[in-house]
Design a protein around this ligand. Structure first.
Ligand SMILES: [Zn+2]
Length: 385
């Protein structure tokens, strides 16, 4: 069955056929057939279809691609957030409490939380989601997390190297052997990506040498690479990500000139997570420096119960504009096309002919309202079923 979505006041396509910024078409229509975009252009030229949906002047954008989330967990860390807001710094140490709660939860409890969060994201316009493990940190618990993540997305990431779990403290070498050996072998069939929290500044995360081991082992097991890099301080994460051809280096909060040059020259996307700086009261990444150098920038939420429990891509966009001085157009591009590039996907993040028909509707006349009206629930994924 074909559907024509018409009455679109402003349509963002990222299609170079339309010469405007972001491939914007006004008074537009989209024809969808078999779950794919079959036609876009001015509504007055739209071909006939079996069904008509009239959006009465609302804007339509490509669904958000949230390329970095941690949605498989149990427990609540609101107290930790409140402590940070009155001055306690964030060091990644609270992850252990989520690990304990996650291990203690049943499959059904984890699944219910995961499904609820995915629905929450969709109701805010997100249509593609990457989900990491990383709160199991034992073979069976990591496999379970990845299996559950695979029920809601194909973009599943093995993050056994999130932190060294409490039972391995003082025996970090043993844990690294587990993460790159038995745990990897059990997890690789359930994942597309491997990730590592490369953060020498954290007592529980991994330094550059350990991160290299994790990534190379994952690569040998057929996984694509992603890195949590340079969140708490300058370090080797970003350059390691670029050197190994990782799809994405995530956080990029503390960058040297060499890091920026490496990102600009390589194929690794710089994924910025401003809801984390918001929720940890930390300095924001320097998006303008990355854009000026020519790096590809993505925006994602990093939704997790500890360092930032927001599922909202519109909030990430508003923060990128207000706090990181991106234009609204740059922020929207980063939240759609940028996220798709960070997942090495060419079928999402845009509305060119042939793309997945992931349309997000705004209760507003223009995408500009995403930053202009912060905190207002304007975006939702359009249900075409
Ligand atoms: Zn993360």
């Amino acid at each position: 069955m074909s559907t024509v979505v018409t009455g679109i006041g402003e349509l963002v396509t990222h299609d170079e056929r339309f010469t405007s910024d972001l491939g914007v078409v006004t008074d537009a229509a989209v024809v969808v057939e078999d779950g794919r975009v079959a036609w876009t252009g001015p509504a007055r030229h739209a071909p006939a279809a079996d069904r008509v949906i009239d959006l009465a002047g609302r804007a339509v954008i490509p669904g958000f691609v949230d390329s970095h989330t941690h949605l498989v967990f149990a427990g609540d860390r609101a107290e930790e957030f409140e402590a940070r807001m009155v001055g306690r710094p964030y060091d990644g140490g609270g992850i252990a409490s989520t690990v304990a709660a996650t291990r203690a939860a049943t499959d059904d409890q984890l699944r219910a939380n995961l499904v609820r969060l995915v629905a929450e994201m969709r109701s805010q316009g997100t249509t593609t989601i990457e989900v990491k493990s990383g709160y199991g940190l034992a073979v069976a618990d990591e496999v379970r997390s990845l299996r559950l993540a695979g029920e809601v997305t194909d973009e599943v990431t093995y993050l056994g190297a999130h932190v060294v779990p409490p039972e391995h403290r003082g025996r970090e070498r043993d844990y690294l052997d587990l993460v790159t050996g038995e745990m990897l072998a059990a997890c690789a069939p359930h994942a597309r990506w491997v990730d590592v929290f490369c953060e020498p500044a954290s007592a529980t995360a991994f330094d550059g040498d350990a991160a290299r081991e994790v990534l190379l082992a994952g690569q040998r097991a057929g996984l694509g690479l992603r890195v949590h890099a340079n969140q708490l301080g300058a370090g080797p994460g970003v350059r390691l990500a670029v050197e190994l051809g990782a799809a994405s280096a995530d956080h990029c909060t503390h960058l040297t000139d060499a890091d920026v040059d490496a990102l600009a020259a390589g194929t690794t996307v710089a994924t910025l997570l401003p809801t984390i700086e918001f929720s940890t009261r930390s300095p924001y990444p320097d998006a303008r420096r990355l854009l000026a150098a020519g790096a590809v920038v993505a925006l994602a939420t990093d939704c997790n119960p500890g360092s930032g429990f927001s599922s909202s891509m519109p909030l990430a966009i508003a923060l990128a504009v207000r706090e990181m001085r991106m234009t609204t157009a740059e922020a929207l591009r980063a939240a759609t096309l940028g996220g798709a590039q960070a997942l090495r996907r060419d079928d999402v993040g845009h509305l060119r002919v042939g793309a997945c028909a992931d349309l997000t509707v705004l209760d507003a006349p223009s995408y500009r309202h995403l930053a202009y009206r912060p905190g207002v629930p304007l975006a939702r994924a359009l249900d075409l079923s």
